[in-house]
Each structure stands twice: as structure tokens, then as C-alpha cells.
Design a protein around this ligand. Structure first.
Ligand SMILES: *Cc1c(COP(=O)(O)O)cnc(C)c1O
Length: 477
């Protein structure tokens, strides 16, 4: 496909500006560039076709099955977009008076109440723009808490080796030393290792439950008790709340801080780089440290408040407000019962797909899973030479987005499937059929999988090269 620059023809322009009807204002010559920018010259037809063709090359939940584990690529109801597009929400200015933005404050306040109910927390901030940003914010809260207690020797955050990579990264960003503890083979916390790791220098523990292998850690109350007893706080990575919302609550598991990924569990389109939202919920002991501003009730209406010991702002204004509106719409349309059913069906779908695959593929952990499961393709690779990457590439030819690959790190040749609750039995049956076909192909014709995909615009890009030496600018030939 040609680039817009290559389609450019001199003089082919979009004449969409009306004639000047105000006095011309002189521009400071110092501000003028020496050469006019070499922008592509195109008609509206050219541009429209270009972007429509590009859009046809991507794959989203509107195109087909997207079982990307840990990312919760559920279908996002269009009514969420309609509500977020209401002029009362989009036509507002962030510096407008609180009095004239009462509806928006009410939306923030109501979303906070509902999400606190769902997580078992006492207060929440909507400032963080994504999950990792929420982790960073949550850890700053933990740090502020210990500092306020005069407890300055707590410099370490404990993170299991099965954790999402953002967890240790966020802890390091906040200036904590990361203590990695080994997991049991099913991704659960090794209690003895945890007991050995906690101490007077423990600021807290970061954990996701269900863990990254899709297993609910049944020792969770014991785990959070051990950390509390050592004087640390418990941080819940709630990016994958889809497995448990409406069923169990992090607040009841002994967690003090939780971040949510509204763009995963609460149904905002994601995967293209945003905007997302990673609200952070806290127990009462951390409430006074929350970022400002924080929407609160004031008389008959709502106002913004600065919590007394606020850590300040982590993003300008109020976070990605329209993502909160989408999440609020989603929660209100489903209701308490619907939220619970969504989680239950997410778990059912994952178990159904795992059951269809387990005769051909090895499950990383046998038995019931939560919202996702991990296949271990080590045996397939040993016997056929076909890797998890090859199978993932093979799926592309069937219009299926690959599952998450090579994560969690504790499983080698991992493929992590998260079908979500919004897929039908037929879609899961078809996907299982394709996976079984690819398995058999691995034994009959491994070469065809080493060279897959065969039907996509781009097959096997040099991913490291693209990340290390990105070409972000068009160079004139
Ligand atoms: C997605 C995810 C994150 C990070 O969320 P971002 O919005 O991508 O920053 C953190 N933890 C887990 C378990 C996740 O799945």
C-alpha cells in the first residue's frame, strides 16, 4: 500500500477554507519557517480511501474473535459511545465553574460510588489514564501513608514472579526496591517464600487475583494477613476484574489499594493506544492522600475537594472523563445482576474453550480456570518444531486475533486465551476447530506454520527492529 506522501500530486488540494473575511494579521517573520512544509497534496477522495483501506487491515472486536489474554477484549456496546458523545459531556470546558458542570461531577461521583461497591473500597480517584498509571498512583499513596506515619524504613515492594510486567516497573518508578518471590507452578503465591520476604522494610505487596495463569489464589486471606502483620499494605492489580466483579471484592480479600482498567473490564475500546482510564480505589486509611480534585457531595449538589494530605495531581484536570462516562453507562445498563453474570459468563466461556482444546494441547494448569487460561506448547514445539509464535501467526489466516504469547514468563511457549463473556458458543466452537486444525498441521506440515501467515498484508515484521529503530518520519526519496 502506498503512503499518502507517495500518492501526493502537486496542486491536488482540498479547498475547504472560506475566503478571508477579517483583517490579515502580520506574523512575526522570526516565527516563519524558511521553507514551507512538504505536506502531501491530496483530494478528499484520496484521503478517505487511504484511511478506509488502512482500517480494513486492522483487527478489532468489531472484526472478529480477539482472545488476547489479560487484555479483556470484550465487545463494547455502542450505547456507551452514544452517552459519552452527549453534548453536555463533550461541550464542556475543564476550567468551567463547578456550579455549571454539576452533571459531570455527578457522573464522577456516581461512578465512584458504584465502583467502590464493586471493589469493596471506600474512595476512588479517576485521574490515572491507564492501568500502569494507576499502579504508579496507588504506590505513591502507599508511600505517602508510610511517610505520614514516620515509617521511613519501608523501601521494598514484594511482587510475585508471575506478575504483569507493569507491576515491578511501577514499583521501581516510585523508587521502591522490588523483591521478586517465586510462585507455585499454578501461579499462586508461595506462602513460605512470602513469609521469608516480609519484614520491617516491606512497604507492600502487589498481586493480581486471579493470577496471570487464570487461577484464583485460595490462600488470599492468609497472604494479605501476612503482609499486614508485617506492617505492609496490599495492592490489588484489578486490571482483570472481569473474572470476579459482582462475585468477590478485593476489599474483602484484605487489599488496601486497587486499580481498575476501565478500558478492559468496563467496556471502553482499547488496543489502539487509548484513551484509557485506571482509577485507583482505596480503603479509608488512604483516602486523605488521594489525588485532587476529588468529586464529593456538597449540600444538594456536588463539588471538587482537595483531600487534606493529597499527593497532588497525577494528570491534568480529572483524568479521561469520557471513559468514565462509558464505564458508568456500562454499569448502569447491566445492573448489579448483569455485572455478576458478565463475570460468570467470562469464566464459563474460558472453561468451555479450555475444555475443547485440552485433548490436543497441554494446559499450563489443569482444572478449572477463571476468566482466562494458558496453554503450554513446549511439547508441541519439541515434537514438531512449531512454536507458540507459529501457532499464533497461523490463527491470523483464519481471521482470529492471536492470544497473548510468551506471558506469563513462568510458562514457556505460553498462549494465553481470554475469550470474554461477549462471545457466542458458535465463535468459541469455530476458534477451537481452527486451533485443532493448526495442531494437526504442526505434525503434517510444520513448514507451512513456520511461514504463516499467508493471507495478511504483513506477515512477520522485525518486531525488535520496529521497536528499537522505528521510522516515524517520511524521508523524501
Ligand atoms: C493490562 C494490564 C495492566 C496494565 O494496564 P495498562 O492500561 O495497559 O497500563 C496491568 N496489570 C495487568 C494484570 C494487566 O492485564
Amino acid at each position: 500500500m502506498k503512503l499518502l506522501f507517495e500518492k501526493s500530486r502537486p496542486g491536488r488540494q482540498l479547498h475547504i477554507l472560506p475566503p478571508l473575511d477579517v483583517p490579515q494579521a502580520p506574523v512575526d517573520p522570526q516565527e516563519l519557517r524558511a521553507q514551507p512544509p512538504r505536506l502531501p497534496q491530496l483530494s478528499e477522495t484520496d484521503i478517505s480511501r487511504h484511511y478506509t483501506q488502512l482500517a480494513g487491515r486492522t483487527h478489532g472486536v468489531n472484526d472478529g474473535f480477539y482472545p488476547l489474554g489479560s487484555c479483556t477484549m470484550k465487545y463494547n456496546p455502542k450505547v456507551n459511545e452514544e452517552m459519552a458523545a452527549l453534548p453536555g459531556f463533550t461541550g464542556i470546558h475543564p476550567l468551567q465553574s463547578e456550579k455549571s458542570a454539576q452533571g459531570c461531577l455527578e457522573a464522577l461521583y456516581t461512578a465512584e460510588q458504584l465502583l467502590c461497591q464493586i471493589t469493596g473500597m471506600d474512595a476512588m480517584t479517576f485521574q490515572p489514564a491507564a492501568g500502569a498509571h494507576g499502579e504508579f498512583t496507588g504506590l505513591l499513596l502507599i508511600k505517602a501513608y508510610h511517610q505520614a506515619q514516620g515509617d521511613l524504613k519501608r523501601t521494598k515492594i514484594i511482587v510475585p514472579d508471575s506478575a504483569h510486567g507493569t507491576n515491578p516497573a511501577s514499583a521501581a518508578m516510585v523508587g521502591y526496591q522490588v523483591v521478586s518471590i517465586p510462585s507455585t507452578p499454578d501461579g499462586c503465591v508461595d506462602l513460605e517464600a512470602l513469609k521469608a520476604a516480609v519484614g520491617e522494610d516491606t512497604a507492600g505487596l502487589m498481586l493480581t487475583n486471579p493470577n496471570t495463569v487464570g487461577v484464583f489464589d485460595h490462600n488470599i486471606l492468609e497472604i494479605t494477613r501476612i503482609v499486614h502483620q508485617a506492617g505492609g499494605l496490599n495492592y490489588y492489580d484489578g486490571a482483570n476484574l472481569n473474572a470476579v466483579m459482582g462475585v468477590v471484592r478485593p476489599g474483602d480479600m484484605g487489599f488496601d489499594v486497587v486499580h481498575l482498567n476501565l478500558h478492559k473490564t468496563f467496556s471502553t475500546p482499547h488496543g489502539g493506544g487509548g484513551p484509557g482510564s485506571g482509577p485507583v480505589g482505596v480503603k479509608a486509611l488512604l483516602k486523605d492522600f488521594l489525588p485532587s480534585p476529588h468529586a464529593v457531595r456538597a449540600g444538594e449538589g456536588y463539588a471538587f475537594e482537595r483531600p487534606v494530605h493529597s499527593i497532588g495531581q497525577v494528570k491534568c484536570f480529572y483524568g479521561n472523563f469520557l471513559v468514565v462516562v462509558k464505564a458508568l453507562t456500562y454499569i448502569l445498563t447491566l445492573g448489579a445482576q448483569g455485572i455478576r453474570e458478565a463475570a460468570q459468563n467470562a469464566v464459563l466461556n474460558a472453561n468451555y474453550l479450555a475444555a475443547l482444546l485440552k485433548d490436543k494441547y497441554d494446559l499450563a494448569v489443569d482444572g478449572l480456570c477463571m476468566h482466562e487460561f494458558v496453554l503450554n506448547l513446549e511439547r508441541l514445539k519439541r515434537e514438531t518444531g512449531v512454536s507458540a509464535l507459529d501457532v499464533a501467526k497461523g490463527l491470523l489466516d483464519y481471521g482470529i486475533h492471536p492470544p497473548t504469547m510468551y506471558f506469563p514468563l513462568i510458562v514457556h511457549e505460553a498462549l494465553m486465551f481470554e475469550p470474554t463473556e461477549t462471545e457466542s458458543k458458535e465463535t468459541l466452537d469455530e476458534a477451537a476447530q481452527v486451533m485443532i486444525q493448526l495442531h494437526d498441521l504442526a505434525y503434517q506440515d510444520p513448514e507451512s506454520l513456520h511461514s504463516a501467515p499467508h493471507n495478511t498484508a504483513i506477515g512477520r515484521p522485525d518486531e525488535v527492529g520496529a521497536a528499537r529503530n522505528p521510522k516515524l518520519r517520511y524521508q523524501e526519496p
